[in-house]
Write a protein that binds this ligand. Structure first.
Ligand code: C2E
Ligand code: MG
Ligand code: MG
Length: 688
């Protein structure tokens, strides 16, 4: 009761309100800084403790002073400046000690202990401040109020810091600062209730001394400034923390090299899309770069990174309100497209492909990597994220293996084919290691004289369980599974070594897959293959199918020129089966045309075939390119070709593909006149 009477009758309420404001703001900021103290370690904790101590101490001190300014004891008042300053130091040092103790939250009792020390600090500051408060009257102290005030401050202080570590956010977050306010307020007013002043007779009831008022105001301003510094520091820290949290979040969701969203954000975005109202307008495009490994291998990882960054930048065009592009890892990208209309998809994806085909400048070098793109549409090609992504990947692998197109839509038949192909690919991988592969050689001769010009190396695989597997089966599979590169390398290397022991005028021809050609390292690789067995470059011929040239003409032409610059010749294989054979002949510098077996087959039966062959031979002659007819099986075919002045021939009639041992025993000429009509020759003639 005395406390309330003291508060309302002996205080100017405006000052009380100001003190309360100071107390509330001070308590809030003290609690926030205390949380930082508790969360920090080492010197950071000491730094935060110092700041928190200065803020808490000055807030308590200022609260006391402002309240004292509003205290109207009814007698003149003076202030002892030394004791006033000491009371301020007590507030700051005591708060520091309290926070040092409470800052160690690993022991459960320490925050409460620190809080109790804080309560005692407030009490010590208050009573020291009261001794500095000199009144012209008789001062008596009521010990019971003093004891009560200390007990209350200690209890509230302990409670405040005890609950702080666990009570955060929402209304619970308000409890600790309110308890701290309670500690300070209860101490002050209960303490003031203990302070009784009896005016002396004969002394006028004077106003507070102006010096006292000025000092109190100065103290209040200083305290507000210190408190302001604390608030500002806290706010800056909170902003910095928010910024670093933003940065961490960005790092967790983005690929550091390209800045594109990573797999985690891709998954989250796709899940959200499939759960949302636009699910039925969703398709995904799985993208894999075609020749990225080479850029890395031949120009280094720096160039590889540059290419990825440049391509990611282009991909960003497709990243916006409608679509979402991400880098899933390595040279794999994926775009979530907001459409399920096949026509629109086609347009979009052609745009995507064009971006990947356009060369990227790496310093003085230009890299044309290209990409294979697989598409899957929701829900037709997959009803959840995993199946959609898996099927887009399957389509992408199909596109990779297809020499004609870089874009492929998912088709359920793909799944089965890919599974079988993968199983066989695993066997093939083992076969390469277990030496189950070998080469056969098929003779190529002059049609006019029968002179052997050279041999074509043809790959053979004898599977331990399935027996002989034809190259027409396993080569496309090796292309689809990335095995064609080591395999093709092995074939050419082996062929060069074998050919080195043959008579010097005989050439060896090796087939190159459409997948191998655009690889930038190829010319260098071929050069190496020739050096080891010391085979003159003019004795090697590369057979290229037309399909190898379709996907990326500029790159193909570039590589072809480099191979030719080595002195190696290049033949166009299976001529006539392609899409625009004449155009191909005009664009690419071939040294030989291999006329496809289908024309030879129909020479006798279909007059149109003969007309086509005649036209090809005329064209080739005008371009000064020799022609080899493939698949000659009968003497009639051979005769017809001779009449048409076809330069060279290859076929079962002239010689079947044979093992190297057989070839090593072969002669220099095939007796083209003695070959039996309509009966494929069993083996080529022996050395004459
Ligand atoms: P290709 O390069 O056109 O090879 C000629 C194919 O025709 C060979 O089939 C050969 O055995 C066959 N052939 C030759 N003369 C006759 C004939 O008179 N009648 C008939 N019916 N066939 C004849 P093979 O060895 O099965 O190879 C098929 C295809 O597989 C090759 O066609 C070539 O495209 C590919 N291939 C073979 N070896 C390799 C290789 O090492 N690398 C690559 N990338 N492809 C290869
Ligand atoms: Mg060939
Ligand atoms: Mg051929």
């Amino acid at each position: 009761m005395r406390v309330i009477t003291c508060l309302f009758t002996e205080h100017n309420l405006w000052f009380v309100l100001l003190a309360a404001l100071m107390c509330v703001v001070g308590s809030m900021i003290t609690i926030r800084l205390y949380r930082l103290v508790a969360g920090a370690h080492g010197t950071a904790r000491l730094g935060w403790t110092f700041l928190a101590a200065v803020c808490a101490g000055s807030a308590v001190w200022a609260t006391h002073f402002i309240a004292m300014l509003g205290y109207e004891p009814g007698v003149p008042v003076r202030l002892d400046s030394n004791l006033t300053i000491i009371s301020g130091l007590i507030a700051i040092i005591g708060s520091g000690a309290a926070l040092l103790i409470a800052g160690n939250t690993r022991m459960r009792a320490l925050p409460a202990l620190g809080g109790a020390v804080f309560g005692l600090t407030v009490a010590a500051m208050h009573f020291t401040g009261m001794f500095a408060y000199r009144v012209d009257g008789i001062v008596t102290w009521d010990m019971s109020y003093i004891a009560a005030s200390i007990a209350l401050a200690t209890a509230f202080g302990a409670a405040a810091l005890h609950v702080t570590p666990n009570w955060q956010g929402g209304w619970r977050g308000l409890v600790p600062p309110l308890l701290l306010v309670a500690a300070i307020v209860s101490l002050h007013f209960t303490g003031m209730a203990a302070f009784l002043v009896t005016p002396l007779e004969g002394i006028d009831v004077g106003a507070d001394s102006p010096a006292f008022t000025a000092m109190a105001i100065a103290v209040a301003i200083a305290a507000f400034l210190i408190l302001g510094t604390g608030v500002a520091t806290y706010l800056i820290e909170a902003r910095l923390r928010e910024a670093s949290e933003d940065q961490l979040r960005h790092m967790a969701l983005h690929d550091p090299l390209t800045g594109l969203p990573n797999r985690t954000s891709f998954n989250a975005r796709l899940d959200a899309r499939l759960d949302g109202p636009c699910a039925h307008e969703t398709a995904i495009a799985a993208i894999d770069l075609d020749r990225f490994k080479e850029v890395n291998d031949s120009w280094g990882h720096g160039a590889g990174d540059q290419v990825l960054t440049a391509l990611a930048e282009r991909l960003r065009k497709f990243d916006g309100a409608r679509h979402f592009a991400a880098r899933l890892g390595g040279d794999e990208f994926c775009v979530i497209l907001k459409t399920s209309d096949v026509h629109e998809l086609q347009q979009l994806v052609m745009g995507l492909e064009a971006e990947f085909t356009r060369p990227v400048q790496c310093g003085t070098l230009e890299a044309a990597v290209g990409a294979s793109i697989g598409l899957a549409i929701y829900p037709r090609d997959g009803e959840d994220r995993d199946s959609l992504v898996r099927n887009a990947d399957l389509a992408m692998y199909k596109a990779k293996a297809d020499p004609l197109s870089s874009i492929c839509f998912y088709d359920p038949a793909l799944g089965e084919a890919v599974r079988e192909s993968r199983a066989l690919a695993a066997d093939l991988r083992q076969a390469i290691e277990a030496d189950e592969l070998h080469l056969h050689y098929q003779v190529q001769t002059s049609i006019e004289t029968g002179d052997i010009r050279g041999y074509e190396a043809l790959l053979r695989w004898r599977h331990p369980e399935r027996g002989d597997i034809p190259p027409s089966h396993f080569i496309p599979m090796a292309e689809a599974n990335g095995l064609i590169l080591p395999l093709g390398d092995w074939v050419l290397r082996r062929a060069c070594m074998d050919a080195a022991s043959w008579p010097k005028h005989l050439k060896v021809a090796g087939n190159l897959s459409a997948i191998q050609l655009p690889h930038m390292g190829l010319p260098q690789q071929i050069h190496q293959m020739l050096i080891e067995p010391d085979l003159p470059p003019a004795r090697l011929e590369i057979e290229l199918p037309e399909t190898a040239l379709i996907k990326d003409k500029a790159q193909s032409l570039h590589i072809m020129r480099q191979i030719k610059a080595l002195g190696v010749s290049i033949a166009l294989d299976d001529f006539g089966t392609g899409y625009s054979s004449l155009d191909t002949l005009r664009t690419f510098p071939f040294d030989k045309i291999k006329l496809d077996k289908s024309f030879t087959d129909e020479l006798k039966t279909d007059p149109r075939s003969l007309a086509v062959v005649r036209a090809v031979l005329t064209l080739a002659r005008s371009l000064e390119i020799p022609v080899l007819a493939e698949g000659i099986e009968t003497i009639e075919q051979l005769e017809l070709l001779r009449q048409e002045h076809c330069d060279e021939g290859q076929g079962f009639l002239l010689g079947r593909p044979e093992s190297i041992e057989v070839v090593d025993r072969l002669g220099l000429r095939v007796d083209v006149h003695k070959a039996k009509p309509d009966a494929p020759a069993k083996a080529p003639a022996r050395r004459a």
